[in-house]
Design a protein around this ligand. Structure first.
Ligand code: ADP
Ligand code: MG
Length: 703
């Protein structure tokens, strides 16, 4: 239950004065972009929508002394109006002056009556806006504010500038925020006093008030103590939530399992290659966890192509040896099926009973699978998040492996822990996550790293080619197909705004390439039915098709070792980490591979830097760090907005360093007061709810 004192902050925005039914949805889109349809943003969303800068209007300047391009406030007397001559395109000019000179206030498409009321001849007005010099004379186009001197208080001296959207002007937003600030209840202090003192941070209410109503530009600068305090609040809420999830996963002691190595021995015998040292080490670490009576929460981090699937399979085998069942979950159906396909022959050789479970299984098949899982007649299930759903029962789920973890959220982790109260958890990610982000998303997990790639891999030759030379690229691919039976991925750009447009681009390219290659081209995209996707993938992996045209559905995890060419169209539109992931689809066998980044110029600085780094490096970790540097952490985690998804006040490049402090703070809090029942505990519950970490707050009771 949300503490009652927070209720005013969780009222819908339409409860605020001045926010009507027309404005509410627009405001929602702005302050709570991901809101489910029909759900309105709340007052807290509005408060967390921070301005990005301050316009300083406090400087009262003179007409002659106003610097070019500066925003100033002038005290002017209106001299005369010079309306736009009939049929003319010149602006409506209002001439005004002070002791130092004359200035033209210019208005395009202005209404005469309105201007005469706003700026009556002979009257004195405070006028604030940007001064420009035009043909040697000063002018101000569309002043931001015009007020009579006796209403000077109405002129914001320090005006916060917010990110805006269509239909929500700065003025409207500032008014809404004003009413939101009025609703802010008195909140208990959840931070430790010594931390506040050491950092010179004031109370939450002061901080949130000051960033919305800055008193100087410094209040919104990178090193603003007000912004830092708010970011720290959010970071602490997040770390506490992670700590609580983790504690609840560990509350029920895991079961000490005693794997005997028998299934793994049969797997090894069936493998066409030897495991790498990294794989062996990770598998041994998992086994050591399984043997311990504690519940395992382990992250396997390995660059694309490092062979994570084998680690998952061997971990599953160990859990099954010890008498339990295991589940491997992939973020998409395509991947789930691919995993199942590559695992099937090994599973069979090792005597594992394997099943697949996805959202699009036919009813009858699904019923049979569910019955077999519940009866313990299936050892290993490979699937999508369908495995988490209600109605899926296991006889004894010992291990859950979540592949490409960054697509799964805390919700799913909780749903999973409901499946088997003692289920060990292994999450695998290809994206090397810098430590700051790792702490923010996973808290402290045990980590196994796959640091080496399977032997015999050759470097991928990466080239950037302007789109105009696409014809040469097609020709070269054609030669390599003819000469060596090469296979190529052709990735079409993601146009974020519309899936339909993406699709059209991919389909068009598919038709184009068909003109050259006929039936040897296959197409796969997100809107296709699962069976059609499968069919396309199978044609490509079997070699029946030589070119696979794809939207980014192949981004994560697809594995066709025989493919050696990757073409990425509009490479300039992708983030670094994503390009690295895509490129990682080739270079998986022992043949040399290449990656062609087709770009459309002219390139911006960031895009240039990105392509250069890719040409230079195949080191996922370096690439991830560069990515973070170039655009904030969002891209790393598969979301395309910058900043940290799930965070609203934290700016990773500035506040990232506070993450470790928050982690330690949270650990200390939970060690002292695991149920958050003390006086500070009560306040911390308020904090959890304020930042929408409710599900974690609920765990305290459920614990
Ligand atoms: P990722 O870490 O990207 O998930 P995969 O598990 O898909 O990588 O493995 C990439 C490819 O390498 C697969 O074709 C897999 O069969 C192969 N592979 C995995 N481990 C080894 C190994 N030890 N030696 C050779 N090839 C391996
Ligand atoms: Mg994988």
């Amino acid at each position: 239950m949300r503490p009652a004192l927070l209720n005013p902050l969780f009222l819908p925005v339409s409860a605020l004065a001045g926010v009507g039914p027309k404005l509410a949805p627009k405001l929602t889109r702005l302050v709570r972009p991901g809101a489910e349809p029909g759900r309105e943003g709340v007052v807290a969303d509005l408060l967390f929508h921070l301005p990005t800068q301050v316009i300083d209007r406090s400087r009262e300047a003179s007409v002659a002394g106003a610097p070019e391009g500066a925003i100033v406030t002038l005290r002017l007397t209106v001299d005369r109006h010079r309306p736009t001559p009939a049929g003319g395109r010149a602006p409506y000019r209002v001439m005004a002056f002070d002791d130092t000179g004359e200035i033209a206030l210019c208005f395009f498409h202005a209404e005469k009556g309105w201007l005469e009321k706003l700026l009556p001849v002979g009257a004195e007005r405070l006028v604030s806006g940007r001064v420009e010099w035009f043909n040697g004379a000063p002018q101000m186009v569309h002043p931001d504010h015009v007020v009579p001197p006796e209403e000077a208080v109405k002129l914001p001296r320090m005006e916060p500038v917010y990110p805006l959207t269509e239909g929500v002007s700065g003025k409207v937003l500032r008014k809404a925020v004003d009413s939101a600030l009025e609703r802010l209840p008195a909140l208990p202090e959840w931070q430790d006093q010594s931390v506040l003192d050491a950092r010179r941070w004031g109370p939450f209410a002061e901080a949130i008030g000051r960033v919305h109503r800055p008193e100087s530009p410094a209040d919104l600068a990178d090193d603003s103590p007000f912004l830092a305090r708010l970011a720290y609040d959010e970071l602490l809420a997040n770390q506490l939530a992670l700590g609580l999830v983790r504690a609840s996963l560990r509350v029920v002691a895991g079961r000490a399992r005693a794997p005997d190595g028998s299934i793994r021995a049969r797997l090894r015998a069936a493998l066409p290659f030897a495991l790498t040292g990294s794989q062996e080490r990770a598998i041994a670490e998992v086994e050591a966890d399984l043997v311990k009576p504690l519940r395992m929460v382990r992250l396997v981090q390995g660059d694309v192509g490092s062979g994570k699937t084998m680690v998952a399979l061997f971990a599953a085998a160990a859990a099954i040896e010890a008498g339990g069942q295991a589940a491997i979950m992939a973020p998409t159906e395509l991947l789930a099926r691919q995993h199942a396909r590559s695992i099937a022959p090994l599973a069979e050789a090792a005597g594992l009973r394997l099943a697949v479970l996805t959202g699009s299984d036919r009813q009858k098949v699904r019923r049979e699978t569910l019955a077999a899982l519940a009866a313990g007649e299936v050892d290993l299930v490979v699937g999508t998040h369908a495995v988490f759903q209600a109605g899926v029962e296991f006889r004894d789920l010992a291990l859950a492996v979540v592949d490409e973890q960054h697509r799964f959220g805390v919700h799913q982790r909780l749903a999973l822990s409901a499946k088997g109260s003692r289920t060990d958890l292994l999450v695998m990610t290809a994206t090397p996550i810098p430590r700051t982000l790792q702490l923010s998303y996973f808290g402290d997990m045990d980590v196994s790293r796959l640091t080496e790639k399977p032997a015999g891999r050759k470097p991928i030759v990466t080239v950037a080619v302007p789109a105009e030379r696409i014809g040469e690229v097609v020709e070269r691919i054609g030669r390599r197909i003819a000469e060596e039976g090469a296979r190529a991925y052709w990735v079409c750009p993601l146009v974020e705004e519309s899936e339909a447009v993406d699709l059209a681009a991919a389909e068009e390219r598919f038709e184009d390439l068909r003109k050259y290659f006929g039936d040897r081209v296959a197409l796969v995209h997100g809107r296709m039915k699962a069976a059609d996707k499968d069919a396309a993938m199978t044609r490509f992996s079997s070699g029946a098709a030589s070119i696979l045209v794809a939207t980014t559905v192949i981004e994560v995890g697809v594995d066709v070792p025989a493919a050696t060419i990757m073409v990425i169209e509009h490479a300039e539109r992708f983030g670094l980490a994503q390009l690295h992931q895509l490129r990682g689809r080739v270079g998986r066998g022992d043949a040399a591979s290449s990656c062609v980044l087709l770009y459309k110029g002219p390139l911006g600085e960031t895009a240039k830097a990105r392509l250069a780094i890719l040409r230079e490096s195949e080191d996922g970790f370096r690439i991830a760090e560069e990515d973070l540097r170039l655009r904030g952490g969002g891209e790393l985690l598969g979301t395309r907005q910058s900043g940290m998804p799930g965070f609203r006040l934290v700016r990773p490049e500035i506040h990232g360093a506070l993450t470790e402090m928050a982690r330690d703070d949270a650990a200390l809090i939970l060690a002292r007061d695991p149920e958050l029942t003390g006086p500070r505990g009560e306040a911390l519950r308020v904090l959890l709810h304020l930042f929408g970490r409710d599900e974690a707050a609920r765990l305290i009771r459920a614990g």
